[in-house]
Design a protein around this ligand. Structure first.
Ligand code: PRX
Length: 649
């Protein structure tokens, strides 16, 4: 808890400390405008900006007056140089099929699809929704939208009808781009059927464009549906001029879970975001022209938006993109792909590493991993033992590990080692120091800084170019959650929702979420969102969801459910409730356990005491329970959880 001292931290001193990192950081926070103006020059601007930062009512407008286009920056400017024939994407399907796409090919496809969208009535400001798997048409569609100045929202293809419909409705998207299906662990997962059901609930949707991937036979409605390949073949124009947009024009809205039942629509700008993602990719991974970059994430999440699409393409890198599971058809798949493609920089999540680590060291030993130069992780704290395994068994003690801490809201890396500037000594499990321009501090409940070694809330004191502009259509929530938490504290303070501690050497250690958000296999899931879905089932009167520690996924949702009169707490009903959550949100949110109880523990003021329930499911000390309304509720949860652990119910 906040205020506790931290036990001894594991320290691996391997690299020499240096001054350059400190100097760069100091200059950047003392002179943010000069610093970021210099960084923005790495992009092509149709018109330069009038001012670097306008800061009003907690909203940043970076590079105001400047005009640019993200699609131009990601493709056109490379096609005008020798990079024309450089490989942009090496794509691998799960069954083993491959596509190699050069920048010139990417340019042609993006232009054709922009022409198709234009023909469908998409123009500057029209929203396009995407429900796409990891296939090249996804970045193509994102860039085609950006070309027209049309904001898009990509919905993770593991989400279900309810989640897709809610996001599509909220953006009032007029077109949905999808695929018939995707290959996952050797099976075909249908996507088009999900889109059909969602589109029926969204009056704004006029057309659905479907990429043919799995060919498993889907229904096509002649009024609404268009095959992607037919549309491309009939594209009227070979060149669609990139629309110059303001630096603060919306590039995309990406929904992420928060502390209420409604997901947050993180609204991202064009100029600041592109500048920030490019700079941070250079700093954290020291990227070079000849690199082969593999960000092993899904484009449905921010990691893929920033570091599979926008930053690596704007920097002209060669990317790997992979459709399927890391251990399919065998546990060596990921490591073989590193060997075959001579990957130099590899970036993924601790969950994926824990999954692959459990197969044993012999599996990676079968592949030649000597091309690797820098490794990275993201999405959750990395356990020191997993960090050491990554460092020794995968990186052979040669490759620094960039443990990048950031969020959907931040656009890009915030705290991370910076081998692209200078590498400070690494510590297993610490994200080390802030990126240039980022000014974090760890505070207590009142917003006052805590001493080193004391756990607190992580906040950021200065705006940075990658930061969200607001929450789409919800300025009030934006101000309330991120900025108004410490009304009495001086200055502007962005609340991150994470716990952190700074050790005696100034290193940052990220300690997980401090709000009602879970991290399940790196996916962000709101406990209140889950509770809302459970309560929408006719049998449920009340629900309380907490994260239970899990050796692979970090945490999994566990639910305490109070049934309505007339419903029996049967195992079949528990299964039905799990299925209900899967159907409404998606498989990522599936509860690991449903415990039926008569009451959930609450405070006297009626707040559910998730902390107490969590301690019970994790088998830990309950801590302070003096504010509890009813001790019997705690005893019951204990009894039910223990009985289920013992396998008696
Ligand atoms: O709790 C932090 C955790 O992931 C949260 C952000 O989740 P999301 O918006 O889905 O973005 C994930 C990809 C950037 C954070 O609030 N998190 C992310 N990276 C790390 C991390 N926790 C510890 N260490 C990290 N490197």
């Amino acid at each position: 808890m906040i205020g506790e001292g931290l036990a001894a931290l594991p320290v691996d001193e391997k690299f020499e400390p240096n001054e350059k990192l400190k100097e760069t950081w100091k200059f950047s926070v003392d002179n943010p405008e000069a610093f970021w103006a210099e960084q923005a020059k790495q992009l092509d601007w149709f018109k330069s900006w009038d001012g670097v930062l306008e800061w009003e009512n907690k909203k940043a407008r970076w590079f105001n007056g400047g005009k640019l286009n993200a699609s131009h920056n990601c493709v056109d400017r490379h096609v005008a140089t020798w990079r024309k024939n450089k490989v942009a994407y090496i794509w691998e399907g799960e069954p083993g099929d491959k596509r190699v796409i050069t920048y010139a090919e990417l340019y042609r496809e993006v232009n054709k699809f922009a022409s198709v969208l234009k023909d469908l009535g998409v123009k500057k400001g029209t929203f396009v929704a995407m429900y796409m798997p990891m296939i090249p048409e996804l970045p193509i569609a994102m860039l085609a939208c950006a070309r027209l100045g049309a904001p898009f929202t990509q919905v993770y293809s593991g989400f279900s009808v309810g989640a897709l419909a809610e996001r599509t409705r909220h953006t009032e998207a007029e077109v949905i781009v999808t695929a018939d299906g995707v290959f996952r662990r050797g099976k075909v997962i249908d996507l088009k059927g999900v889109v059909d059901k969602a589109a029926d609930q969204c009056p704004s949707v006029r057309k659905v464009v479907t990429v043919e991937r799995t060919k498993h036979g889907v229904e096509m409605n002649p009024e609404k549906d268009i095959w992607y390949h037919d549309a491309i073949a009939g594209a009227k124009e070979r060149y669609v001029a990139p629309m110059p947009v303001d630096a603060s024009h919306i590039l995309y809205v990406l929904y992420t879970s928060g502390t209420t039942a409604k997901p947050k629509g993180v609204q991202v700008c064009t100029g600041g975001y592109l500048t920030y993602t490019c700079s941070t990719l250079r700093w954290a991974f020291d990227v070079k022209e000849e690199d082969v970059w593999w960000c092993f994430a899904d484009i449905g999440w921010v990691t893929g938006h920033s570091y599979i699409v926008f930053a690596p393409l704007a920097l002209g890198l060669t990317n790997i993109m992979y459709e399927g599971a890391p251990d399919h058809p065998d546990p060596g798949r990921t490591w073989r792909m590193i060997e075959e493609n001579e990957i130099t920089k590899f970036y993924t999540s601790p969950t994926l590493l824990r999954l692959l680590m459990k197969y044993g060291d012999d599996i990676p030993a079968k592949s030649d991993l000597s091309s690797l130069e820098v490794l990275g992780t993201v999405g959750e704290p990395i356990n020191p033992e997993v960090w050491r395994w990554y460092y020794k068994v995968i990186g052979k003690e040669r490759c620094p590990i960039s443990d990048t801490w950031w969020q959907t809201e931040t656009g890009g890396f915030m705290i991370s080692p910076a081998p692209g500037i200078q590498l400070a000594p690494l510590k297993a499990g610490s994200a080390t120091f802030p990126m240039p321009g980022i000014d974090p501090v760890v505070v207590n409940e009142n917003g006052d800084p805590v001493p080193m070694g004391v756990k607190g809330y992580l906040i950021i004191r200065k705006p940075w170019p990658g930061m969200l502009m607001t929450l789409y259509k919800d300025d009030e929530r934006y101000l309330d959650y991120y900025w108004n938490r410490y009304p009495k504290a001086a200055g502007d303070r962005f609340y991150t929702g994470d716990y952190a501690v700074q050790d005696k050497d100034g290193y940052y250690w990220l300690l997980g979420r401090s709000d009602d958000v879970l991290k399940v296999a790196g996916h962000r899931i709101g406990t209140i969102e889950l509770e809302d879905v459970l309560v929408s089932h006719p049998s449920v009167a009340e629900a309380s969801v907490v994260g239970k520690a899990d050796p692979i996924k970090m945490e999994v949702p566990v639910c305490c459910v109070v049934l309505k009169m007339g419903y029996e707490p049967l195992p079949e009903l528990a299964e039905e409730l799990k299925l209900h959550v899967r159907k409404v949100i998606g498989p990522v949110a599936t509860p690991a356990a449903i415990h039926f109880v008569g009451n959930v523990p609450k405070t006297r003021s009626g707040k559910i005491m998730r902390r107490v329930i969590k301690a019970i499911v994790d088998g830990q000390e309950l801590g302070d329970t003096t504010t509890l309304e009813d001790q019997a509720a705690v005893e019951e949860v204990k009894r039910v959880v223990e009985a289920s652990r013992a396998g008696s119910i």
